[in-house]
Design a protein around this ligand. Structure first.
Ligand code: UDX
Length: 466
C-alpha cells in the first residue's frame, strides 16, 4: 500500500503523526490508536526515537520516521524509565532534530501524501509537544494510563501542598477525599526513584496535557465514569477529552506487532492442551524487577500451588543480574513443575489472556495488563510495584472486585495460598463472576454505538476539523 492510502486503496484526505514514548506499555496503545485511525481512513506517520526503535517492517500500513533522541548511552544502559524520560527530553530540547523531523513529516508530499492535521504525543514527551507548538501543529495527548492516574498527576501540586505527598508511613491508609476512592498509599509515587524526580516528570506531563488541543485516554466509561467526569471539569478548556479504550480491542493490529522482545508462541500450543480456566498466567510487565530471592520464592510458590501456570521471566527481570533471568531459577524447579508449568521469556500476552485455558492472572497491574485482563474477564492477583500500579490495584480489588492484592514480602507459602484462593472454588468464584460482568460492560462500550466507538467518531470529526 502507498503512503497516504487508506484500506481499500482510497487516497487519504488527512494524515496524523504519532510519537510514542519508547517503552512497551506506551508504544502498544499509541500504535493501536494509529491502527484505529488508519481503519477510519486516515494516513499515519509514526515518529519514533532511536532508543528502543520500532521496526517499520511490522507495520507496512504506516510510514515511519526515526528521530535522533540524544539519550546518553549510560542513561539508556541503566534502564531507569524516569531518568530516560528526563534525559531524552533535555537532549531533544537542546537539538533542532525534533523540530526538523516534525516539519518534514507534517507537510504534504509530492507523492500525494496529505499534510498532517495534528500530532498525537505521549504526555511524557513535552519536548516534542513544544516543538510541534512552535510549528503551529496541533497536538493531542494519548494517555496510556487510566483516567484516575491522569487525575492524580494533574493534582500532584495540591497533593504536596496538602501534605499527602511524599507519603508518610503513618498516613498510608488515609483517604484522599479530593481523589476518591484513593488512599495515600494508592497515589503515584516511586518506591525506587527519587521523589523529586517523579515530581518533575509529572509536572512536565501535566504541562503537556494542559497545553495541548485534546486528550484521548485509553480507558472506558464502564470503568471510570466518575473519574472521567472530574477530568472533563478540570480540562474544560480542551475541545476533546475522550475515553476511547481499550484500544487493543478496537484496533485490528496484532497485539505482539510492536513487542520490543520476541514473543514465544509455543506457549499457545501448550495452553491448547490445558483444561478451560485451569491455568494461572503470571507476568510482571515490561519494567518491574525483583531480587533473586524473590524470584526463588515465586518459583517455589508456583511449584507448590498445584495449579498449571504460564510464567513470563523477562531477561532483565532480576535486579543486579546480567545473565538471562530465567537462568536464575532454582535448581530442581524445572523437574518439580514438569508438565504443569511453563516459563517463557516473553509471551503474546493478549492472546494468552484471551485463551480459554487461562483462569487467572498474577500481575504487577500496569494499566495495559489491567485493561487486557478485564477485557477478557480474567480475575487477578495484584502485586503492584510502582507509579500507577498501586491505584490500579485499588480499582481491581475494591471498586471492580475482580482481584485482590498480595501484600508484604514474597514468600512461597503466601503465594501458594493466594493462587489457591484465586483459582479455587469459593472466593475465586465470586471474582470470576465480577470479572465476567465487567467484561460484558466493557464489550458494550466497544459496540458500534458504545461509548468508546462514539469517542473515536468524535475524535475523527475533530481531526477532520483541524
Ligand atoms: C508501566 C506502567 O505500570 C503502566 O501502567 C504505564 O502506563 C506504563 O508503564 P508496564 O510495566 O510496561 O507499564 O506494564 P503494562 O502497562 O501492563 O504493559 C505491558 C505490556 O507488555 C502489555 O501490553 C502486555 O500485553 C505486554 N506484555 C507483557 C507482553 O506482550 N508479553 C509479556 O510477556 C509481558
Amino acid at each position: 500500500q502507498e503512503a497516504g492510502d487508506a484500506p481499500g486503496h482510497q487516497p487519504c484526505a488527512r494524515r496524523v503523526l504519532v510519537f510514542p514514548l519508547p517503552f512497551q506499555g506506551h508504544i502498544d496503545p499509541m500504535l493501536h490508536l494509529a491502527g484505529v485511525l488508519h481503519a477510519r481512513g486516515l494516513a499515519v506517520t509514526v515518529l519514533h526515537t532511536r532508543f528502543n526503535a520500532l521496526d517499520p517492517a511490522r507495520h507496512p500500513e504506516f510510514q515511519f520516521v526515526a528521530v535522533p533522541d540524544g539519550t546518553p548511552a549510560d542513561v539508556a544502559a541503566m534502564g531507569r524509565i524516569i531518568d530516560i524520560i528526563l534525559a531524552m527530553n533535555a537532549a531533544m530540547e537542546a537539538s533542532p532534530a525534533v523540530g526538523e523531523a516534525l516539519r518534514a513529516s507534517a507537510v504534504a508530499g509530492q507523492d500525494g501524501r496529505p499534510r498532517a492535521s495534528c500530532l498525537f504525543v505521549d504526555a511524557n514527551l513535552l519536548a516534542v509537544h513544544r516543538a510541534a507548538r512552535a510549528l503551529g501543529l496541533p497536538t493531542l495527548v494519548l494517555r496510556t494510563g487510566s483516567a484516575a492516574c491522569l487525575g492524580c498527576f494533574l493534582a500532584y501540586p495540591m497533593l504536596h501542598e496538602k501534605g499527602y505527598l511524599p507519603p508518610q508511613e503513618s498516613q498510608l491508609c488515609t483517604p484522599v477525599p479530593e481523589l476518591p476512592p484513593l488512599r495515600v498509599k494508592d497515589l503515584i509515587y516511586s518506591k525506587h526513584s527519587d521523589h523529586e524526580l517523579m515530581r518533575k516528570v509529572l509536572a512536565r506531563g501535566s504541562e503537556t496535557v494542559r497545553d495541548c488541543s485534546g486528550v484521548v485516554i485509553n480507558t472506558a466509561e464502564a470503568l471510570e465514569a466518575a473519574e472521567l467526569g472530574r477530568l472533563r471539569d478540570e480540562l474544560v478548556h480542551l475541545p476533546v477529552v475522550l475515553a476511547a479504550g481499550p484500544l487493543h480491542k478496537l484496533s485490528s493490529s496484532r497485539g505482539a506487532g510492536s513487542s520490543l522482545l520476541a514473543p514465544d508462541h509455543s506457549c499457545i500450543e501448550w495452553l491448547d492442551a490445558q483444561r478451560p480456566g485451569s491455568v494461572l498466567y503470571v507476568s510482571f510487565g515490561s519494567l518491574a524487577a525483583m531480587d533473586s530471592s524473590e524470584l526463588r520464592e515465586v518459583a517455589w510458590g508456583l511449584a507448590e500451588c498445584g495449579h498449571p501456570f504460564l510464567w513470563v521471566v523477562r531477561p532483565n527481570m532480576v535486579r543486579g543480574c546480567d545473565v538471562d533471568s530465567a537462568r536464575q531459577l532454582p535448581d530442581g524447579f524445572e523437574d518439580a513443575v514438569k508438565g504443569r508449568g511453563v516459563v517463557v521469556r516473553w509471551a503474546p500476552q493478549q492472546e494468552v489472556l484471551a485463551h480459554r485455558a487461562v483462569g487467572g492472572f498474577w500481575s504487577h497491574c500496569g494499566w495495559n495488563s489491567t485493561l487486557e485482563a478485564v477485557s477478557e474477564g480474567v480475575p487477578m492477583i495484584c502485586r503492584p510495584d510502582a507509579v500507577d500500579q498501586m491505584m490500579n490495584t485499588r480499582y481491581l480489588q475494591d471498586v471492580w472486585g475482580v482481584g485482590f492484592e498480595l501484600q508484604g514480602e514474597l514468600e512461597r507459602g503466601k503465594i501458594k495460598d493466594a493462587v489457591r484462593k484465586l483459582m479455587g472454588e469459593r472466593e475465586g468464584a465470586e471474582m470470576r463472576r465480577a470479572a465476567q460482568e465487567l467484561c460484558a460492560k466493557l464489550a458494550g462500550c466497544l459496540e458500534s454505538t458504545g461509548s468508546s466507538q462514539v469517542a473515536i467518531d468524535k475524535l475523527v470529526s475533530y481531526i477532520l476539523s483541524l
